[in-house]
Design a protein around this ligand. Sequence first.
Ligand code: PLP
Length: 474
Amino acid sequence: MNSAPPPQSAAPPVYDWEGFGFDTRQVHAGEYPDRNSGLRVPPIALSAGYLFDDFDDQVSRFDGSIHWRADEHAGHGEAGGFSPSEHAPIYSRQGNPTNWVAEERLASLEGGTVSVAVASGQAAISAALFALAQQGDHIVSTGSIYGGTRILFGRSFKRFGIEFDYVWDAENDAEWERAIRPDTKAIYTETIPNPRNDITDLRRIAEVAARYNLPVVVDNTVGTPALIRPFEHGCHIVVHSTTKFLTGHGAAVGGAVVDGGTFDWEAAERAGRSYPLVTQSSRPGVAPMLERFGRGAYARAVRESVVNDIGPTLSPFHGFLLHQGMETLSLRMERHVESSLRIATWLEEQPEVESVDYAGLPSNPLHGLAVRDYGADAAGRGRTGSVFGVTVRGGIDGARAFVNGLRVFSRMTGIGDTRSMVLHPLTSTHGTFAPEVNGRLGITPGLLRLSVGLESADDLIRDLRGALDAVRAL
Ligand SMILES: Cc1ncc(COP(=O)(O)O)c(C=O)c1O
């Protein structure tokens, strides 16, 4: 007679994904098992508000004596199942369980402590900088940044009394010396600026920032944590337009701010740079964010003192698309880069092409930096993403013929999704800038921005060949 097998309890699932590989974390980090329904995929939690257990629970949520576990990067607990009181939320303008999955996943992929999801990339940049600077303050940015960000700095930030200066040559100490002032509160930069793919030396900028006790805020939209993680290069805060590679399919506008947890706010205060939202109490009887939340204090200030006030909240529907999109990030980036390298190399050889701006190509002056920071493929080319410039012969007429000749590439503003896209920067993103600014940025009449998608590279090359035939026929 067979005896019954001894009772065996199943191994508990993993709740804390720290220490696992990138590909594992992009699938799992931030997920919470729903023990009530058994749902495997974190659902879309559509609720504007949350139940309070009783009178005292409401009091403690509002007075800050209990706070959200999601903000502590603490995982979702061995007990399993989402329990509102475990997170102590108040209202979805500040956060939402669907968005917490995306936030924890992104913080894990970037190697940061806490992230805050918001409604767009522009909202992320604004929230990140409003938490650092106020009227009368100043920020230094590198010169080559996304056109919309330059407009945001020169228009809305200016109206709020926050000024910007630009450094064009990050290698040049004298430029930094001239730009940084006693009231400077941050250095702003991007990993892979578009359209020229003129990558930034983050380590160099982090060195300058350390000298002046300044936090470095990096837009990693085009790089993504699959290719580069700015915290590993000494930077302190990362912002994203999640509209692009992170959500990945071109369907949802979104953004995020990630706190690296490494900036020494107290040392900055001692050096005369004050960050009141992080280091000072905002309400009588409530300790400063830094005291309460330590390495996640800045993100908490972004969430509570900026996003909750101004209200650029991410819809949970878009939060769902974001956490689902990130599940395949590294696989997509692999293909984006592989196709881009093939196409950029091919374009360089075509007679109708004057130049290709892809930092990873051996012909590019930034090739050494590209390989150091982004790694190389088997042919020694640096893996600097999939958004780059190509300049065709014939100036504006050449550009028009090229754009009109494309059939697979979509003519649209946008980068970083499954589709390949083309845009003429001089008459779009950079259309309002002074000629000197466009001159410095290398935005010329014949320059086109390409964002290489996930279609077959053979088909994309055939499409580009057709468009170059139209240029040749001019
Ligand atoms: C590098 C970069 N940062 C920020 C943004 C703004 O993002 P969003 O359109 O999500 O507001 C963009 C948009 O193209 C971008 O390319």
